[in-house]
Ligand binder design. Structure first.
Ligand code: PMP
Length: 390
């Protein structure tokens, strides 16, 4: 008769612990580049213009908050498809449902895999976003790790990735970051995507593509390159998408799970399984954020403004990457990476040093959010990093 009070103590999540520590620091010059949200030139995480406008419109026009059903906002899904899949948007074998964020999509996707093949193993490159492994393990699937990124050499361990995928068994799953790899910022180039896709097909592996930062790397279209290659070549694909970053609606939890199987019929059946799993978990996704995304994308003017806002975010990322790269030869690699994150070539001791002496907060691994600082903080950040790495 276990009691709740007897539960073992939970090891605190190091990233959450970092956020708490940063929040408790009262030094006015504090810079928190640990947490992964967009900050504008003034260091704020604003509601995007297009999102605000859509919310106003929704408030004026929404007549009911009655249940929508387990698949969420069908029109939102329809509008997301061309952004994700481009020329394949009309493929009837691709079906989807709305989820509470990318986390919800990943959770559903891996639980579906476990239903189809409980013995499937999931190949995961390390390092990866720290929530991937708990989600996969939570679905009861076995994880096979391979090294994805060499921190010393500051490049992808592509030979090891190819070797790991080449050694996989038919029916195994390969988790891929669609773009803007978190935490390293190091993405596959076009030739590397082609090679990975060739292996997926040859070994009959199931790709799960996690795409949470579309538009924040090279551009909305460019960032979908790998995903579209996978969709074109592979018979079966799972896609976990998030709008939380590129619409800045983090707390509203907007995402989608898309599946592709061999026929529209089998895809429809797979989605019924997903709906059943979702019903046990959250029944239906929260509506507000999805309705906002749909309202933005359904209006040419708002959609154009949203695209412009995504371009502004990306331009800010690129500008800060260039300033870091120009500041020290050891940081030159930063311009070759994509998205909100990069890993500084620092030891945990140097990370401590940045925190204690410069009030700069980042994960022990040196992962930092490029957008974690306001414009007038960039100089100080760059100077502190250059001083610490010597
Ligand atoms: N995948 C990756 C790689 C992420 O970094 C994140 C969020 N940090 C997600 C998925 C999930 O995002 P959310 O659930 O907030 O939409």
């Amino acid at each position: 008769n276990a009691r709740l009070a007897d539960l073992h103590p939970v090891k605190s999540d190091s990233l959450l612990a970092l956020i708490a520590k940063a929040n408790a620091d009262t030094r006015p010059e504090k810079i928190d580049v640990g947490v992964g949200v967009y900050k504008d030139s003034q260091g704020r995480t604003p509601v995007m213009r297009s999102v605000k406008a859509a919310e106003k419109r929704l408030w004026e026009t929404q007549r009911s908050k009655s249940y929508l059903g387990g698949a969420g906002d069908a029109r939102m899904l329809q509008l997301l498809k061309p952004i994700l899949f481009g020329p394949h948007a009309g493929d009837e074998r691709i079906v989807g449902l709305q989820t509470p964020g990318g986390c919800g999509a990943l959770t559903l996707g891996f639980n579906l895999v476990a239903k189809a093949n409980p013995k499937a193993r999931v190949l995961v490159g390390t390092p990866t976003w720290p929530n991937h492994q708990p989600i996969i393990a939570g679905a009861g699937l076995e994880i096979v790790e391979y090294p994805y990124y060499d921190r010393q050499e500051r490049r992808i361990c592509f030979a090891q990735m190819v070797e790991a995928i080449g050694a996989a068994r038919g029916g195994d799953v390969v988790l891929l970051h669609g773009c803007c790899h978190n935490p390293t910022g190091a993405d596959l180039d076009e030739a590397q995507w082609r090679e990975v896709v060739r292996l997926l097909v040859e070994r009959q592996l199931l790709p799960v593509v996690d795409i949470a930062y579309q538009g924040l790397g090279k551009g909305l279209e460019e960032d979908a390159f790998g995903l579209r290659l996978v969709i074109e070549a592979c018979d079966e694909v799972v896609v976990a998408q998030s709008c939380d970053k590129n619409f800045g609606v983090y707390r509203d939890r907007v995402g989608a799970l898309f599946l592709k199987t061999g026929t529209a019929n089998t895809s429809g059946n797979a989605i019924k399984h997903v709906l059943q799993i979702a019903r046990e978990m959250w029944s239906m996704p929260p509506d507000h954020g999805g309705a906002v995304v749909r309202t933005v994308l359904d209006d040419p003017e708002l959609a154009a403004d949203w695209r412009a806002e995504v371009d502004e975010m990306r331009a800010r990322i690129l500008a800060i990457r260039e300033r870091l790269a120009a500041a020290h030869p050891k940081l030159a690699f930063i311009t070759e990476q994509n998205g909100m994150f990069s890993m500084l070539p620092v030891t945990p001791q140097q990370v401590d040093d940045l925190r204690e002496r410069h009030a700069i907060y980042m994960a022990d691994s040196g992962r930092f959010n490029i957008l974690g600082m306001a414009d007038d903080e960039v100089d100080r950040f760059v100077a502190a990093v250059v001083e610490v790495i010597g």
